[in-house]
Design a protein around this ligand. Structure first.
Ligand SMILES: [Cu+2]
Length: 375
């Protein structure tokens, strides 16, 4: 016999082998026809293969993007169609607070570090206007990781002080994407605060939650030691050695503590859009006292894991985490590479108010327990 791989018993008539093969082929053809008679869902296509996307969808009307400063996020998109979204973003260089009594001349997208949050819908045509303030000392540009195109738009957007560049792209891939300046020397521009995030919402939208926040981790490399007062400048050697003086959320030590803490109520669902600008370190993002119910791994468009304690965010990457809050108190956002949290600034608070549920958690006895049985 000539079909050893089929482990056919011998003797086996050749005609019968041909018949079996023909029937099998016909069955496969029929199954394929059934599968494609109705269009497979987009999710199924995504899971099954590598799509070559089209940017030829219909664009209806236009609007100007609402941009927000961290920790705020623009409202969810309720449109059911693609439109032209005009983004106006200005680069501004200015001294800003890095820590108490510590200043640093930050190079910003929109006047804040991290830069303005941009929210568009999958399929939207984005017309990007990048301006560079007249009093800037340097040319700047932008590389958005959401862009399919050369340099993420970097070359097309190179802008001298006082100038403006315009380019457009179709937001074809849904997800949460980092953007940053990519003007030479790139590490210097990034180390000085030039990064932010753009969310491309999937066509079907994201599940409804009660609170959304924008949190971005990044490093600062200063000539002075951590906490040394006064105006600080970039220490390139520390950057090259990957030894940051500061590792912070939202551009400064304490940007998410005290009066600036994030707020939520017991029973609410919270979504955090978390980015990591680097420039060097990977973040081990963790919220002390909470568990991530959903993690959109690496900021992609679908939930990859449930019930996660700590999620890894590469430099130039992101994650989306969702969780319900079940108990009042302070939840603590950290990079769980823990010296960074306690000695370099990577610490934020999500303050939760509401009724205590002693079934969820109860302090019973010990020096940490108050007379009322609380903490
Ligand atoms: Cu720049």
């Amino acid at each position: 016999m000539t079909a050893p791989h089929l482990h056919l018993p011998t003797p086996f008539p050749l005609a019968k082998v041909v018949t079996i093969a023909t029937v099998a082929a016909l069955a496969l053809t029929a199954a394929t026809a059934v599968a494609y008679r109705g269009l497979p869902s987009l999710g199924a296509v995504r899971a099954a293969g590598v799509p070559v996307r089209s940017a030829d969808g219909r664009i209806v009307g236009q609007e100007v993007a609402v941009l927000t400063e961290a920790p705020d996020v623009p409202p969810p998109i309720t449109r059911s169609y693609a439109t032209k979204v005009i983004v106006n973003l200005e680069v501004i260089e200015k001294p800003m607070r890095l820590a108490d009594s510590v200043e640093y001349t930050m190079w910003t997208f929109g006047g804040s570090v991290p830069g303005s949050f941009i929210r568009v819908r999958e399929g939207d045509l984005v017309e990007f206007h990048l301006r560079n303030a007249a009093n800037s000392t340097m040319p700047h540009n932008i590389d958005l990781h959401a862009v399919t195109g050369p340099g993420g738009g970097a070359r097309a957007s190179l802008t001298v002080p006082g100038g403006e560049s315009v380019f457009s792209f179709t937001a074809m891939n849904p997800g949460l994407f980092v953007y940053h300046c990519a003007t030479s020397p790139v590490p210097m521009h990034m180390a000085n605060g030039m990064y932010g995030m753009i969310l491309v919402e999937p066509k079907e939208g994201l599940p409804k939650v009660d609170r959304e926040f924008y949190v971005m981790q990044s490093e600062f490399y200063t000539k002075g030691k951590y906490g040394e007062h006064g105006m600080q400048t970039l220490d390139m050697d520390k950057g090259i050695d990957e030894k940051p003086t500061y590792v912070v959320f939202n551009g400064a030590v304490g940007a998410l503590t005290g009066d600036r803490a994030l707020q939520a109520k017991v029973g609410e669902r919270v979504r955090l859009f978390v980015g990591n600008a680097g420039p060097n370190l990977t973040s081990s993002f963790h919220v002390i006292g909470e568990i991530f119910d959903n993690v959109y791994g690496e900021g992609g468009s679908s939930v990859g894991e449930h019930n996660v304690q700590t999620t890894s965010i590469p430099a130039g990457g992101s994650t989306i985490v969702e969780f319900g809050v079940e108990q009042p108190g302070d939840l603590v956002l950290v990079d769980h590479a823990i010296f960074r949290a306690f000695n370099k600034g990577t610490l934020g608070i999500l303050h939760v108010t509401g009724p205590e549920n002693r079934t969820v958690f109860a302090a019973i006895k010990g020096i940490g327990v108050t007379a009322k049985g609380g903490q």
